[in-house]
Write a protein that binds this ligand. Structure first.
Ligand SMILES: Nc1ncnc2c1ncn2[C@@H]1O[C@H](COP(=O)(O)OP(=O)(O)OP(=O)(O)O)[C@@H](O)[C@H]1O
Ligand SMILES: [Mg+2]
Length: 369
């Protein structure tokens, strides 16, 4: 397996900070700002690898995120600050991500040439595929494959509007953090997967992250991202279906969805409302997967890994397996990660899938490109 550091994406590196390689590594905090919750993990790299020191989450203030952007940075920063204080997280260097749907991604083959020529070719490609003035976007690229002597290299281009990237960075700054890397959630999942799983040669794995308002798909071939897509459905749609069909408020629907007892509805009533909503979500995911099947007609997906808070939705994993005709595994983002003895491991594992993106972000470090 390649070292993670060799494959880490350098997208949207904001600043290098004052990292001193000769000092014992300081703590970093990774921050995943979702529309339903803000999730943080404090970690550091020690002699035995990455170690989780602390984690936590807090509800995102309602309507603070719109069109993949933090539209209420002060409110989100206040909630984040409160979470960091409550958890005693003192790390100041932060790593965060913009939502995949806000990012334009393209894979191109370019002649294998020097750094400067590659950058020029990337700029040329970018002008062609980005429907925005390049001045208004943050653009980055990564060479994904191609041996030194190969004629061509495969390059991944990613771009997001500056005001979107800026809204995440500003939120962190208002919360007193220093954003050193701003990544893309798709790529964070990729890194989380690589940390914890050994992709088999020729294996096609689909990472499916079910969030609250959108779900993302990242298809990896032998561990390399070959396809990304998203659909605008997630856990919130399941909650809304329960609210509507059972005539109950949101908090009760959330409790029922999470299998907490004490509701007035019997299992059958809950199932009748839940199953059609789960199936509707699965159809959307399947639709997004169908683009991969169209683009790669002779490929099949060998395994799907579910993550995101919505991965725990009852009946989702088994029904998705049936629909996609492939095994579905619920991801364990911490399978191979050291966890400090002060961390409530049981709670972390119980809520594991929600922290998949934050875990993937935790491996990122500012790098000089
Ligand atoms: N145990 C559970 N069972 C079912 N659903 C759950 C469970 N835990 C969390 N969820 C659902 O997961 C969703 C939140 O997932 P996640 O934290 O990944 O989303 P988010 O990052 O806040 O949102 P987004 O990325 O879509 O903006 C919510 O809809 C929540 O109801
Ligand atoms: Mg999310």
């Amino acid at each position: 397996m390649e070292a993670v550091s060799d494959r880490i994406k350098h997208l949207f590196t904001v600043s290098l900070g004052d990292l001193n390689p000769f000092r014992r590594e300081e703590n970093y905090v990774s921050v995943d700002i979702g529309s339903s919750t803000i999730k943080v993990i404090e970690a550091r790299t020690g002699t035995q690898g990455l170690e989780i020191l602390n984690f936590g989450s807090v509800a995102t203030p309602s309507s603070a995120i719109h069109s993949n952007m933090v539209t209420e940075p002060d409110l989100v920063a206040e909630a984040l600050r409160g979470l960091l204080d409550a958890k005693g997280i003192r790390a100041r260097k932060a790593i965060t991500a913009v939502p995949g749907p806000a990012v334009m991604i393209k894979r191109v083959s370019l002649p294998n040439q020097g750094q400067q020529e590659t950058e020029q070719a990337v700029m040329y490609e970018a002008r062609n595929f980005i429907p925005e003035e390049l001045d208004n976007v943050n653009l980055d690229f990564q060479i994904m494959s191609g041996a030194e002597e190969a004629d061509e290299v495969e390059v991944l281009l990613a771009a997001a509007k500056k005001d979107i990237v800026g809204s995440y960075g500003d939120t962190l700054r208002v919360a007193g953090l220093s954003p050193v890397v701003i990544d893309v959630d798709y790529f964070a999942l990729d890194n989380m997967y690589e940390l914890n799983y050994d992709p088999l040669e020729n294996q096609v794995a689909a990472l499916v992250n079910i969030g609250s308002r959108y779900s993302s798909i990242n298809i990896l071939k032998a561990g390399r991202s070959t396809f990304t897509g998203d659909v605008p459905v997630g856990g919130r749609d399941i909650t809304e279906a329960l609210m509507r069909d059972l005539g109950i408020p949101g908090d009760e629907a959330e409790r029922i969805k999470m299998g907490a007892g004490g509701s007035d509805f019997d299992e059958e009533q809950v199932s009748m409302a839940l199953i059609p909503a789960v199936d509707a979500l699965i159809e959307e995911v399947h639709y997004a997967l169908s683009f991969f099947w169209t683009a790669a007609t002779d490929e099949r997906i060998d395994v799907l890994y579910l993550s995101g808070g919505g991965a725990q939705t009852p009946e989702l994993a088994n029904r998705l397996a049936e629909r996609a005709e492939a095994p579905v595994e619920v991801t364990d983002p911490f399978g191979r990660i050291l966890i400090d003895e002060n961390v409530d491991v049981a709670a972390l594992r119980r809520r594991g899938t929600e922290f998949a993106i934050a875990m993937g972000l935790a491996v990122r470090r500012p790098v000089d490109k």
